[in-house]
Design a protein around this ligand. Structure first.
Ligand code: AMP
Ligand code: MG
Length: 428
């Protein structure tokens, strides 16, 4: 005899087909709970600036010097004194020498004199203006120049300390270092800096169907892509990566992997096994070995996200679908990593852009659709979706350059509606 299972909505857990789920918390609540749990690491270490990209500064950086260190020319031309600029017509000035970057002209200039000067060269004493070479006429003998009344006084001079002055705080503690920051540190003459120690982040994939790259696939098996995506996303954050491989859907093996991560890492990320399937053990193992802070967020894709901790190790159990992994990583794990490593930067910026696509959505979850932001034929910025939006379709992420963020209550979008967009990559 078979028992007939009734589809009783009130008594069963929400499935991935339902959008509203009374047991899910909102994305804002989830972020709040994550931030409330985390105390930033304070331990720092000294490193060379070349190793500094994406590291978090452990101290305020105060400049000991002026940048630039002296007044210099912003252009190739002639250094003059503004008193020699004629009120009417033109004036003739005698060239008394040359100032090149690294080889200054050391004598002062007097009235009626000028100095040939190149970009970056120190301004001679007595000069306060550079006339660019395209705006002067040179005598046949190459000894005099003619300037006219249109010469702009004090133009094309870069002043000492114009970029940075002595004593100024140039970079603040908690700043995640960019290529511009590394250059800035070099311009201050600093070769070493104090940064917060690197976070140790462990991860593993769960699933009996997963094969590692290099192995043959048999029926029903797939390659484990999540570990590679996670490795790449973590590499951008310059954390210490501990790859614990693939763990089968087996309680003993999972418990072993949890223990190892608990001993070695500040943060553990797993993928798969967090839903309500028969082989979804991650939540049980976490409650045995640590604490669950929340399970399930009103987000699509990625609802069955688990957050908690194993004594001193933070824990994120991400869903198995490859797009869910990326969405939940960027919305929750990355902000957590940043907070834990003392990074003071803001959450990703959201901007409003006109949608070129019709976007289907049901109320109940914040949805992160994958989009392409681009200029249309009229040079107007618009965004369109990448195509099918299933949580297993990783090419929807690969094709995208932004997330289109549709709020909880949204019932969909018509072409021309404004939508919130999070752009993936900035420059600098
Ligand atoms: P799960 O959350 O374990 O039920 O997995 C959900 C879906 O994601 C299933 O179709 C899995 O086969 C797939 N999946 C889980 N882990 C991975 C992985 N590491 N790489 C690629 N796909 C995965
Ligand atoms: Mg699984």
């Amino acid at each position: 005899m078979y028992k007939i299972m009734k589809n009783n909505k009130a008594s069963r857990d929400a499935s991935c087909m339902d959008d509203f789920d009374k047991n899910s918390i909102t994305t804002d609540q989830a972020l709040k709970r994550i931030f409330n749990t985390i105390s930033p690491i304070t331990k720092s270490e000294i490193i060379s600036i070349r190793e500094g990209l994406n590291r978090i500064l452990g101290e305020n950086i105060k400049s000991q010097i002026n940048v630039p260190s002296s007044r210099n020319s912003a252009m190739d031309g002639y250094a003059i004194n503004k008193v020699d600029i004629p009120k009417e017509k033109t004036n003739v000035l005698k060239i008394i020498g040359k100032s090149l970057a690294g080889s200054p002209f050391i004598k002062p200039i007097k009235k009626g004199e000028c100095v040939r000067i190149m970009t970056g060269a120190v301004m001679p004493h007595g000069a306060d203006t550079v006339v660019i070479q395209e705006h002067v006429s040179i005598s046949n003998t190459n000894t005099e120049i003619i300037i006219d009344k249109n010469t702009k006084p004090e133009a094309n001079v870069r002043h000492a300390g114009e970029d940075i002055s002595v004593g100024e705080i140039v970079l603040r503690k908690g700043k995640s270092l960019t290529p511009a920051d590394i250059g800035l540190l070099a311009s201050l003459g600093l070769s070493q800096i104090s940064v917060i120690r690197r976070l140790k982040v462990a991860f593993f994939s769960t699933g009996n169907e997963l094969r590692s790259i290099g192995e043959e696939l048999t029926d029903g098996e797939i390659y484990d892509s999540n570990r590679y995506t996670l490795h790449a996303m973590l590499s951008r954050l310059n954390v210490e990566i501990i790859d614990l491989g693939v763990v089968k859907d087996n309680k003993n093996l999972l418990a072993k992997a949890f223990n190892e991560a608990g001993e070695r890492a500040d943060l553990l990320i797993t993928s798969g096994g967090v839903s309500v399937g028969e082989a979804d053990y991650v939540k049980d193992i976490l409650s045995d070995h640590g604490d669950i802070n929340f399970w399930k967020v009103a987000i699509k894709p990625g609802r069955p996200l688990i957050f908690g901790n194993l004594s001193n190790t933070l824990f994120f159990g991400l869903p198995g679908n490859p797009v869910s992994v990326m969405v939940t990583f960027y919305q929750f794990v990355q902000p957590a990593i940043k907070k834990l490593s003392g990074d003071i930067s803001d959450l990703p910026l959201t901007i409003k852009v006109s949608s070129a696509s019709k976007l289907k959505k049901k109320p109940g979850r914040v949805e992160f659709q994958r989009g392409i932001i681009e200029k249309d034929n009229n040079n107007k910025i618009t965004v369109r979706k990448t195509g099918p939006q299933g949580s297993g379709i990783l090419s929807s992420m690969s094709d995208a350059n932004c997330f289109i963020v549709l709020p909880l209550d949204s019932k969909g979008v018509e072409p021309g509606d404004l939508v919130d967009v999070q752009i993936f990559n900035g420059i600098i």
